[in-house]
Design a protein around this ligand. Structure first.
Ligand code: FAD
Length: 421
């Protein structure tokens, strides 16, 4: 095998190229990225970039020397327009074609458009790229009125950054609570309370019907009320960039379907990152938009392309930062898993139980709890409900045991010792 081409030049593309070299592949590796900028990380875009706390040079995924040293070719400003699986070629916007032995699709996703009246007006923005972030940052001036449509993690991170910059911020969320696709109600309330305490006008169960203005945005119509706005940011989800696969049968629910080893239905095409949907441990085909998912799928795709052993399984995890609050999520709860709330001095966690196994966790303000929960999930350590419900027992205590009875005996000992003390 001589040539591996990669459509896309973001997180998943870079991680795959690096993994191919680390695994000893010496043939051609070439990335085609639609953006002008060299590959960079997106998480800081809604956080440190909006608040001006990060130097742009710190955003690069790798220093340029890395690509030279590893003989990885990156063609920026080059869109892949078409994939021909039968001919094993890709076509670029310029009309140029290139042949591959293996192809990785790592084209990510883009913001889901909100087709309402006024969404074309100047001052209506989406956030996905550095260009978007810099454009928004320039408008986060003290006193400017910002309306965010969508109370998911991107909307709320932007809200926190904009408040930090002194803007007047409203968040309009269609669901009855914020971050409803990501977290349990207890965790959502904690973030909602904090945003309210910081002065953000959070409006849940909100119906946004139009954006008003002549050339530029002037107001957003929410539940029939006109909310004045100098800037509107729409954060209502993302859709996979799959146009180059439009004429193939490789898509499921609009995303590139891949198996556990990141192989698509075509033996020469693989996928990693936000563009993919994959069968997960909870039995569902799911698209995960996270750095960890992109990184892990990249390792798996590189191994599969080279016919090597797949990497060890990982628990999916994700983080979000709003003000000084850090949310960490691991695992994927299945329908019917029981959420159990644990409270600490400075935080909270919600542990999801599937019978006696921890399936997922959301943690705020307790990184140790998060690390321990991740281990419980991956090792499938048996636990008992009342042990999880007791916040006095750290999750770390529960990792070392193979059966629930062993845990119980240990916890009894701990409790007896506490009473003695
Ligand atoms: P991307 O990094 O988006 O890269 C895909 C690249 O492919 C893009 O450069 C795109 O322009 C290019 N492309 C698209 N179509 C084509 C084509 N036809 N031809 C050539 N190139 C193409 N995750 C976390 O875990 N924690 C966070 O806190 C977090 N915060 C985030 C904040 C923001 C504002 C955003 C936007 C995302 C955040 N994420 C976070 C998600 C995380 O950044 C993504 O999951 C990750 O970047 C996915 O990597 P990817 O390579 O699949 O896609």
């Amino acid at each position: 095998m001589n040539s591996i081409l990669i459509a896309g030049a973001g997180q998943a593309a870079i991680e795959t190229a690096a993994a191919l070299r680390a695994r000893g592949f010496e043939g051609q590796v070439c990335l085609f990225g639609a953006e002008r900028k060299f590959p960079y990380q997106r998480p800081p875009l809604s956080k440190q970039i909006l608040t001006g706390k990060m130097d742009l040079s710190a955003l690069d995924l790798r220093a340029e020397a890395f690509y030279t040293n590893k003989n990885i070719k990156v063609r920026t400003d080059t869109q892949v327009t078409h994939v021909d699986p039968a001919a094993r070629t890709i076509q670029l916007e310029s009309g140029e074609t290139a042949s591959y032995d293996k192809l990785l699709i790592a084209t990510g996703a883009r913001p889901r458009p909100l087709p309402i009246e006024g969404s074309h007006l100047k001052g209506v923005c989406y956030l996905r790229s550095l260009e978007d972030a810099l454009n928004i940052q320039q408008q986060l001036l003290p006193g400017n009125r910002l309306v965010i449509i969508g109370g998911g993690y991107i909307g709320l991170e932007v809200a926190a950054s904009a408040r930090t910059m002194g803007c007047e911020v409203s968040v309009c969320e269609m669901a009855p609570m914020v971050m409803s696709r990501q977290v349990d109600g207890e965790v959502a309330s904690l973030f909602e309370e904090r945003h309210r305490a910081e002065g953000v006008n959070i409006r849940c169960s909100a119906r946004v019907s139009a954006i008003k203005g002549v050339d530029s945005v002037e107001a957003v119509i929410v539940d029939g009320e006109s909310v004045p706005a100098d800037l509107v940011i729409i954060g209502v989800g993302a859709i996979p960039n799959t146009e180059c696969l439009a004429n193939t049968d490789l898509l499921t629910d609009g995303a590139l379907w891949v198996d556990a080893n990141c192989r698509s239905r075509d033996p020469h095409i693989y996928g990693a990152g936000d563009v993919t949907t994959q069968l997960r441990a909870n039995g569902l085909n799911m698209r995960l938009e996270s750095v960890q998912n992109a990184a892990h799928q990249s390792k798996a795709a590189a191994a599969a392309m080279l016919g090597q052993e797949p990497p060890r399984d990982e628990v999916p995890w994700f983080w979000s930062e709003q003000y000084d609050m850090k949310l960490q999520i691991a695992g994927l709860p299945a329908e019917g898993d029981e959420p159990i709330v644990r409270r600490f001095d400075n935080g909270i966690s919600v542990v999801y139980l599937n019978r006696d196994i921890v399936s997922a966790v959301s943690v705020v303000g307790n990184p140790r709890e998060f690390m321990a929960a991740k281990k419980l999930i991956i090792k499938k350590c048996p636990v008992k409900r009342d042990q999880i419900a007791d916040s006095g027992i750290t999750l770390k205590e529960l990792i070392q045991f193979k059966t629930g009875d062993e845990v119980e005996a240990h916890v009894d000992k701990l409790r007896a010792k506490l009473q003695e003390d």
